[in-house]
Design a protein around this ligand. Sequence first.
Ligand code: GDP
Ligand code: GDP
Length: 460
Amino acid sequence: MSSHRLPRIVIIGRPNVGKSTLFNRLLGRRQALVHDLPGVTRDRIEQESDWWVGGRKYRLLLTDTGGLGGEHFAEEIRKQVEMALRDADAVIALFDAQAGLTAADEELVGELKRKGVHRKAPVYCVVNKVDAESHEKLVSEFFALGLEQVLTVSAEHGRGIDDLQEAVIGGLAPELTEQAASGDSREEEPARVPRVAIMGRPNVGKSTLTNALLGEERMITSPIAGTTVDAVDSLTELNGKPFVLVDTAGIRRKSKTEKGVEVLSVVQAKKALERSDVAILLLDGEKGITDQDEKIGGLIQEAGCGVILALNKWDTQKRNPKFTQEMAAERVRKTMAYLNYAPILFVSAKERTGFQDLGELIMEILHQRQLKIPTHEFTEWVRQESTIHNPKNAKFFLCHQAGKYPPTFICHVNDPERVHFSLKRHLINALRERWGYMGSPVRLLFVRGKSREKNPFARK
Ligand code: GDP
Ligand code: GDP
């Protein structure tokens, strides 16, 4: 029998792309070994790590290769690639979306190709620091590197990590996957506790709803395994299921005397959204929608969170025959058309009505996000749909799902300029019709490029 060994995953990349941040994130730990200065020398770090993919636990050996060459970057590249060639069963080549593609990145990839690392182990082109939707478009230049699989992550905020783990496990040689699938088969994956943020402009009823949700169910005092709860967030229950209520802009600490002077802090809102899976955007059912609501909705969409629109203070309208739920919903849809995928609830935080289905709805949004569409199916589908509506005659090559949180798709096209905005809209509408993704923003990226078959750097 062959000796039992753990698959080795080696992370390489120029200084400051976020290797040690990703390393810590993949370990599932918070204690970080992050230095802000480039070229900080550190020993190669190796650590066993357990990943849960598809309900199974895998044990792997993770290697971070930062600081190998000290001050000398050329030396570092050479050593990193050597280590990848010798040790790796999978290589994560890491890049920085916000810094863009640099000469050092190209040097690294050049060395990988020269040494033929990709013929020995799959090499993943992982573009880090994609913290928000506006960063997604920075990713396209990395396709020019000709690496087989491009994935986007935000190591700091934990976005795209599940997708990366799934890709790496899926790309391992079958005997290694078996060896990595460790442990007791009866062991259950620690439940991913949904993280929910209540958002909205001042006085819309956020504190009242928070208190209603927290007060209604018993507060859980013992932490659940696998859940990190920031000091200000609350672990609680909704319809019998655990969830974390993310503290948004210090709602719970807000003193009542400050009422009215609470200002919308974009920074705080973004911070809260970064650690949330789903946002409940509270709207004022009495006073109607304002510019501020639209702005918060935009922040939620940009962050990639799931979203539920909740028209609060509905108690003030329920006896108003001139303003039915249908009329209210129509108004919301009209003013916040870009959130047309978000379900609408009619609630009264004060009377504690209308949110009995909230827990179910949150779970359903998260459930629909777990879908992964196979590449061949998605490519075929895009080609088919583009025969229906395609005013500028864009020609599509390989199209694949690059991420699930939020659902993100990358379409290779002969010329991204030929993707008319109405074609993009058509594709997104048709995609939702076919696959759902209720409550989730969906991202479609168009990248100039040919199909993978024609890629000289693709693995045989
Ligand atoms: P390394 O030199 O490649 O190991 O990079 P580090 O992990 O030390 O990270 C370099 C810098 O990038 C640090 O300041 C990190 O906080 C920052 N960083 C890492 N990941 C992310 C990310 O996903 N988003 C953003 N905005 N910054 C990140
Ligand atoms: P926040 O600033 O978003 O946290 O809003 P608060 O929760 O402090 O609520 C602002 C005001 O709206 C308070 O006077 C609440 O009593 C009132 N309010 C909150 N929810 C409701 C509701 O469902 N119905 C009615 N009629 N008033 C509400």
